[in-house]
Every structure is written in C-alpha cells, then in structure tokens.
Design a protein around this ligand. Structure first.
Ligand code: IMP
Length: 202
C-alpha cells in the first residue's frame, strides 16, 4: 500500500515569505499547506527576545491550532553599528503598522553618516511535530552591508538596502537570492531534516 503523503503547515501570514518558502521546499515530496488553506486567521503571539523564541512561539501556537506538522520562521536584520538592532524589532522598526519603505527609510536615516555598514540577516525556522511533540530549530545567516540608498525592484522588506558583494537583494533574481539568503540557508537545513524524516517513515 502506498503511504499517504505527509503534510506540512507553512505558518506565515506574509505572502512574500510564503512564495519564497514554497519555492525553497518545491522539490520535497510533501504537501505544503498554508494558514489560509486551513482557515486559520488568528495571529500567533510574537513577543520573544530572540529569533529562536519567536519562531518556536509561532510554531507551537499554529501546531496547536492545526494539529499539523508545522514550520514557522522569524527573521530580521542585525546592524553592527546599532549593536544588533533592529533585531527582533525589524518588522516594527518604524511603528506597529509600518510599511517596508517606512522601515528601511528609518534604518537609512538612523545610520546616515555611519561608516561601518556591516549587517546580517538572520532567519530561524522552528519545526514541530504535534504527534510526538518534537521541536527543532534551524538558523540561517546572510552577512552583508547596508547601502546608502535603496536599489532594485525584486524581493520585499529591506531587500533594496541590503547588499552582498556590491548588489542588493532587490537587484537579484529570486533564485539568486535563495542561494545566498538567510531564509534560503535555514530552509536548506530544514529540507535536509525533512528528507531524512520522510526516508525513515517511508
Ligand atoms: P518577521 O520574520 O515576519 O517578523 O519579519 C521580520 C522583518 O524582517 C520584516 O520587516 C521583513 O520585511 C524583514 N525581512 C525578513 N526577511 C526578509 C528578506 O528576505 N528580505 C528583506 N527583508 C526581510
């Protein structure tokens, strides 16, 4: 008898992140389901002090709500000259309902005249199996630097002001971003863990 395909809830409310995650997990023999597919509209709390805490908090909450294998992520930008800020406040940097442009304009203004522009993007993914209760986290980092002004049309969030090797993430095609990005790196670790789990349960 053929075993049923496993399902994984990709628990994010961000349409941009969802598109990236669907692309990054595209070759896994697993059915990805979204919060919208399951009719989950409530938002998980997110008040941890680290990316790991936030990713776990979101994954636990959505695993409980769905009883599905659940993956949640938390990500943000750490700027060396700002002692790691905005960190877990990256999404709310210019206020609770700030747009991407308002957020990165604020960061450019806070770092105007700063010569050390080193920064890194961090992504932590938390994977929870609600059946056996296992919880795992995976971390991807992408070192780079802040630009002085936005450049490029691709991507989302802070992509227009974050550069690696002289080109911003928004100046790179999606596949090129995936190969370099914090989310691409964390997703590669998750994909390897999922592949080995799928092998064992086949
Ligand atoms: P959260 O992980 O949904 O809390 O989002 C954290 C913040 O980081 C948001 O402002 C995102 O726009 C930003 N962010 C996360 N990943 C990326 C990325 O790949 N490129 C640009 N900005 C990102």
């Amino acid at each position: 008898m053929i075993a049923p395909r496993r399902r994984l809830l990709v628990a994010t409310g961000s349409a941009h992140k969802l598109i990236e995650l669907q692309r990054l997990f595209g070759d896994l023999t697993i059915d990805l389901v979204t919060l919208r597919d399951l009719g989950i509209t409530d938002e998980a709390p997110e008040d941890g002090t680290t990316f790991e805490e936030n990713a776990l908090q979101k994954a636990r909450w959505y695993a409980e709500a769905s009883s599905e294998w659940t993956l949640a992520d938390d990500s943000g930008l750490e700027v060396v000259a700002l002692n790691g800020a905005p960190g877990v406040y990256t999404r709310r940097y210019a206020g609770p309902n700030a747009t991407d442009v308002q957020n990165y304009e604020k960061l450019l203004s806070e770092t105007s005249g700063v010569t050390d522009r080193s920064a890194r993007f961090v992504c932590t993914m938390a994977l929870i199996d609600p059946v056996n209760g296992s919880e795992r986290t995976f971390r991807g980092e992408c070192p780079g630097a802040l630009t002085a002004a936005p450049r490029g049309e691709f991507g989302f969030g802070y992509d227009p002001i974050f550069e690696v090797d002289g080109r911003t993430m928004a100046e790179r095609a999606p596949a090129e971003k995936d190969a370099l990005s914090h989310r691409g790196r964390a997703a590669a670790l998750v994909a390897a863990a999922l592949r080995s789990e799928l092998e064992q349960t086949r």
